[in-house]
Design a binder for this molecule. Structure first.
Ligand code: SAH
Length: 214
């Protein structure tokens, strides 16, 4: 895979577009500059890789829109060295953005094909997140608690196992809703174990599926 001047130019345009849409976290915009999104896509999508679109990545799944990746990442209020659990590795693009921002990333994917593909590309960047093949509903109890949890598939409800694995004061960003559309929720875990939820608009994700590791 090559990262040409043309790709870099298209990337700058995408970053301008993200800025216009309200993303003003420079660290996140820099991460988008550092990670070439076309590396995560089939060659047929190479020319469109820097448009604000979702694309098929295999196994009936899609890479999220760049704006969605930036928006969810922004909501996490990430600090270097924090432990982040991502549900839905998919293409591995979001995983790499989190690694680039200095997070200690743990990511789970339930589609074997995507898990294997993402592993290769992520290692190409010399990042070393812990990638797991399994069901994100269960989370990763043996590595809990996490400072942040990011769910990148549409969850019918907030899985209690994930709330349990979030630190007190930690943030979970999760699109919640059955069917095509979900409401983006930012959840903060309080001292007594309960959660405080803020709703942040409608998004459309592939569904979070339970007990069906493929
Ligand atoms: N973060 C990804 C988004 C991929 S789409 C990216 O940047 O490309 C969401 C992914 O969630 C899909 O790959 C899907 O297979 C996965 N997924 C759905 N339900 C899951 C579950 N219960 N556990 C883990 N992964 C799941």
């Amino acid at each position: 895979m090559q990262d040409t001047f043309k790709h870099k130019g298209m990337r700058k345009q995408l970053i301008n577009e993200l800025r216009e849409k309200g993303i003003n976290n420079e660290q996140i915009l820099n991460a988008f500059d550092a990670i070439p999104r076309h590396f995560f896509l089939d060659l047929i999508f190479e020319q469109q890789a820097y448009s604000n679109q979702a694309f098929q990545i295999g196994a009936g799944q899609t890479i999220s829109h760049p704006y969605t990746v930036a928006f969810q990442t922004d909501l996490l209020e990430l600090k270097k060295g924090e432990k982040v659990l991502e549900i839905g590795t998919g293409s591995g693009f979001q995983t790499c953005i989190l690694c680039q921002l200095g997070a200690k990333v743990f990511s789970i994917e339930r589609q074997r094909e995507l898990f294997l593909k993402a592993k290769k590309i992520i290692h190409h960047f010399n990042f070393t997140p812990r990638l797991s093949y399994g069901d994100g509903y269960i989370g990763l109890p043996s590595f809990a608690p996490f400072d942040k949890i990011l769910v990148t598939c549409g969850a019918p409800e907030v899985p209690q196992a994930l709330v349990d694995q979030l630190k007190v004061g930690g943030i979970m960003v999760i699109p919640v809703g059955e069917g095509r559309d979900q409401i983006m929720q930012k959840i903060v875990k309080l001292e007594d174990g309960t959660i405080e939820t803020t709703e942040l608009g409608v998004f459309s994700f592939v569904p979070m599926l339970e007990n069906k590791v493929k």
